[in-house]
Design a protein around this ligand. Structure first.
Ligand code: GDP
Length: 723
């Protein structure tokens, strides 16, 4: 059967109108895995018995243990619609926000998303997050309202009450969708609606669904469905109104094919010239054009080695082809070209534009790379909504494993670019930073299990940020030999500018005029925006000098010093954020021997740190939104659990018979929350967290905290004063 399927898939791969590249996104537990499995089973990809056991997409043992989906895996399937075959390339996305980076990357590869919402719970915080990620990448949504069987059999709602429920879910989703779109025309087009069939509802678990077009075509009524469901006649229901038919028909009707989608998506994800060469070919999804492939995921296959998965926007990927990574030629010869059929990669020799493809041989690629047959502007860097805020130190349990651990850590950071790894070959103590406690648990677990290196892991540590709240300077710094002088000022970067840099809307890769425009719009002065020479971790370096002799030869060293200074701030050696460093003037020795790295770097770094010390520096800490659903009786103890962690309650409400608490607390105080909230509510609370922005550490604990961090890092406990 698989052979037949591969043959069909191969045929359909080049029929661009008949392809849909989609992802399924949901708040955790809303039924994404169940839906995916039943769609695959319905399309003949796996047996229906297996589907019930959720063995397909969730094949990772760890995911099964935790009951969450971690890795983005892909699968292609064939669906029959209106007497025609269609190819649906489905990318699996992780269901937990700690892995938000993966969701964002998966969204780059697809053109449409099925948003799954639990009918009982309604739209949840992560529903909003995944919607935002989709809309940002110009990915069109359709809505599947799941667990309708529970409305009927558990909540025993009347048809009118059910209708009310559906309306409220649809309104919630549409409010978010339209809120995130600016274009009026697109707002209308992308709103989901029951009448046009861009909303379906049903039960992923019992394998049935309903949509308005299906009711019209078959004459099946809502009442019939309710009656069958009430009588537990699920098989009957599945036959009359099969889940995969309804949902995949909705996908084919309402989500765009690559030819249509690339025309409007390429301008949002690529900065190059759309009217020429590869730009024109990508907009046209041209299989005969230059090859332009965006890598969205790297995984390691025990047999084939590193597998790069991504979206092919133009050209045809073939075995033996040589590609450049981000415009740099190197050793990147494609060995195998394949598609995923569930956990198996199937070799197909070549794949044309418009598809999701898996290849081996791209040695230098990481998730996010552009691989192309010609020199081209790389795709826009993927906008990760969250940044690493928690770190653990790891050491090999067995000293002999040290070289292997270093290799594995490099691999881990290639596979997941939201993980930052700092390798210390001398001490053997390496630091891994990620987006949350759970994220790091998964990473360290992988190192031990998949890569077979037993490790010792420290308690998680929060990564703080340092910023300035005032202006200072100019500070004069002299190089150790006294022959060079640097005059440096500092001021806070406007919040909006920090946001734009963080989201990748202002980068050093983009044309200077475009970057200037974005930064000016975000509140930087025209002069500063124009003279930005480096953007590093949401900090900016501005060169305001005029006609300084020899600066052109020296500026690289100055920027290196700036990056150093930003990676490790003066308060506690934590990374800086939202700092704008301005170079006012420079005096350089005429002889290059006297203005080398050993002279320039320490002087500039010192000058930068000194101005920061004068500009009312402060420590920032990462925050987390906390959402708790709990029965009324335990609401008080649940709220106290948040408040006792320096948290605040921002909203309280009622949803059905559950109380809903929305709060915010520092990440530092949230370690161990899982166990504590369980005991505080006798295990009856459901909760989730989302990364939130940084906030100033309260002044009354800041001095103590800085001292603690400095001690931990072996820095002098006294913070230096500028001199
Ligand atoms: P995911 O976290 O979004 O992948 O959610 P899962 O597919 O793992 O589903 C979470 C839980 O909800 C599992 O226990 C499922 O059996 C259950 N579930 C999923 N869909 C339905 C449904 O339509 N009706 C009911 N009653 N339960 C469902």
């Amino acid at each position: 059967r698989q052979k037949k399927m591969v043959k069909k898939v191969k045929e359909l791969m080049s029929e661009r109108e008949k392809i849909r590249n989609i992802g399924i996104v949901a708040h955790i537990d809303h039924g994404k895995t169940t839906l995916t499995d039943n769609l695959l089973a319905g399309a003949g990809m796996i047996s229906e018995d297996l589907a019930g056991e959720q063995l397909f997409m969730d094949f990772d043992e760890e995911e099964q243990e935790r009951g969450i989906t971690i890795d983005a895996a892909n699968v292609s399937m064939v669906h029959d619609f209106d007497n025609d075959n269609y190819l649906i390339n489905l990318i699996d996305t992780p269901g937990h926000v700690d892995f938000g980076g993966d969701v964002t990357r998966a969204m780059r590869a697809v053109d449409g998303a099925v948003v799954v919402v639990d009918a009982v719970e309604g739209s949840m915080p992560q529903t909003e997050t995944v919607l935002r990620q989709a809309i940002k990448e110009n990915v069109k949504p359709v809505l599947f309202i799941n667990k309708v069987d529970r409305l009927i059999n558990e909540l025993e709602l009347s048809p009118q009450e059910m209708q009310q429920k559906f309306i409220s879910v649809i309104e919630e989703v549409n409010e978010k969708v339209t809120g995130m779109i600016e274009d009026e025309e697109k707002k209308k087009e992308w709103k989901v609606s029951v009448n046009d069939g861009s909303v379906a509802f049903g039960s992923a678990l019992y394998n049935w669904a309903l949509s308005f077009p299906h009711m019209e075509e078959t004459g099946i009524s809502f009442k019939e469905i309710i009656d069958h469901c009430r009588n537990e006649e699920h098989l009957e229901l599945h036959k009359k109104s099969p889940l995969h038919q309804i949902v995949l028909n909705m996908v084919i009707r309402h989500l765009p094919n690559p030819l249509t989608a690339q025309e409007y998506r390429i301008p949002t994800i690529w900065d190059g010239d759309l009217e020429r060469d590869v730009g024109e070919q990508m907009v046209a999804c041209d299989p005969d054009g230059e090859t332009a492939f965006m890598v969205t995921d790297i995984s390691v296959d025990p047999h084939a080695g590193e597998v790069a998965t991504g979206r092919l926007f133009s050209g045809t990927l073939k075995e033996g082809m040589e590609l450049e990574i981000n415009g740099v030629p190197g050793k990147n010869r494609i060995q195998q070209v394949g598609i995923f059929m569930g956990p198996d990669r199937v070799d197909v020799n070549k794949v044309p534009a418009g598809n999701i493809v898996a290849v081996t041989g791209l040695k230098e690629a990481i998730a996010g790379s552009t691989a192309s047959s010609t020199e081209m502007t790389p795709f826009e860097s993927i906008k990760h909504i969250s940044e690493p805020v928690v770190t653990v130190a790891v050491e090999a349990k067995n000293m002999n494993d040290l070289p292997k651990l270093i290799e594995v850590l490099r691999q881990v950071s290639k596979e997941d670019p939201t993980v930052e790894v700092e390798i210390n070959e001398e001490t053997g103590e390496h630091l891994i930073s990620g987006m949350g406690e759970l994220h790091l648990e998964v990473v360290t677990h992988r190192i031990e299990r998949d890569k077979g290196v037993p490790i010792q892991t420290s308690e998680p540590i929060v990564v703080y940020r340092e910023t300035v709240t005032g202006n200072a300077g100019p500070v004069e710094a002299r190089s150790p030999n006294g022959h060079n002088r640097f005059y440096i000022e500092v001021e806070p970067l406007p919040d909006q500018a920090v946001q734009e840099i963080k989201e990748g809307n202002a980068t050093m890769d983009m044309p200077e005029t475009k970057r200037r425009e974005v930064l000016k719009e975000a509140g930087m002065s025209k002069k500063n925006a124009k003279n930005v020479k480096s953007l590093h971790n949401s900090n900016a370096f501005v060169d305001r000098t005029k006609g300084v002799q020899y600066l052109r030869d020296t500026i690289e060293l100055v920027l290196e010093a700036f990056e150093d200074a930003m990676d490790s701030g003066p308060l506690a050696g934590e990374p800086c954020r939202g700092v704008m460093i301005k170079l006012d003037d420079v005096k350089l020795h005429e002889d290059a021997v006297h203005r080398g790295p050993a002279q320039v770097i320490p002087a500039v770094r010192k000058a930068i740190h000194s101005t920061i010390e004068d500009a009312k520096p402060t420590l920032l800490e990462p925050m987390q939104e906390v959402y708790v659903h709990t029965p009324q009786e335990t609401m008080g103890s649940a709220s106290r659990e948040i408040q006792s962690r320096r948290g605040r309650i921002e909203n309280m409400g009622q949803e059905g018979d559950l109380s809903v608490i929305e709060g915010k607390a520092p990440v530092a105080e949230m370690f161990g929350f899982a166990g504590d909230i369980r005991s505080a509510t006798e295990g009856r609370a459901m909760w989730s967290t989302e990364p939130a922005d940084f906030e100033e550490v309260p002044q009354n604990i800041q001095t103590e905290l800085i001292k603690e961090i400095r001690e931990r890092k072996g820095l002098k406990v006294e913070t230096p004063k500028s001199d």
